[in-house]
Design a protein. Structure first.
Length: 172
């Protein structure tokens, strides 16, 4: 292998055949240079004009920022799956809603698909409650799948409410 360089470029030869030519780096703040064709697919998709960034820009600037941050993580296919999921949210939610959810996700540094989906669902739930005229219940009074009613616990706490249990011990 032979490397020949001048002030403008570096040429690499193998067995007398030119393999590659790179421009010489003159900026003191840049330490390396890689052509796009030599980069991994996820690295190529970070650049402006890539498929992911074009699709994200259509949804909003915060969506694009989430996509760029996911791609910069460098997890390859794992990140692209998250991006596909985020970009597919436009089937159910508006561009404005997705962009707002991405803004909130960026503020708490939660860039995953699940985080953004949860933010969208909470946003949709708040809108539904607003439209129906109901006041939103405080978070601690909402019921969930595995939550028991408070009355069950109050029976255990009221003295004499349950003779079987006293002071945290079972009596025979």
């Amino acid at each position: 292998m032979i490397v020949i360089g001048n002030s403008k470029q570096v040429s690499i030869y193998h067995k007398g055949k030119l393999i590659e030519v790179h421009n010489r780096i003159t900026d003191p703040y840049i330490s390396k240079s890689t052509k796009d064709c030599h980069k991994a697919p996820w690295e190529r998709s970070i650049r402006e004009g890539s498929h992911y960034r074009k699709a994200a820009v259509k949804l909003g600037p915060y969506v694009e920022e989430v996509v760029v941050r996911l791609l910069k993580q460098g997890n390859g296919f794992i990140d692209t799956r998250k991006i596909w999921g985020i970009l597919a949210l436009d089937k159910k939610y508006s561009d404005v809603q997705i962009n707002e959810a991405c803004r909130k996700a960026l503020s708490v540094e939660a860039y995953g698909y699940r985080s953004i989906l949860t933010l969208l669902e909470l946003q949709a739930e708040a809108l539904t409650e607003q439209e129906t005229g109901k006041d939103a219940l405080p978070q601690h009074t909402k019921t969930y799948k595995f939550t028991r009613p408070i009355e069950e616990y109050q029976e255990l706490l009221i003295p004499g409410g349950n003779d079987e249990y006293r002071d945290g011990q079972q009596t025979a």
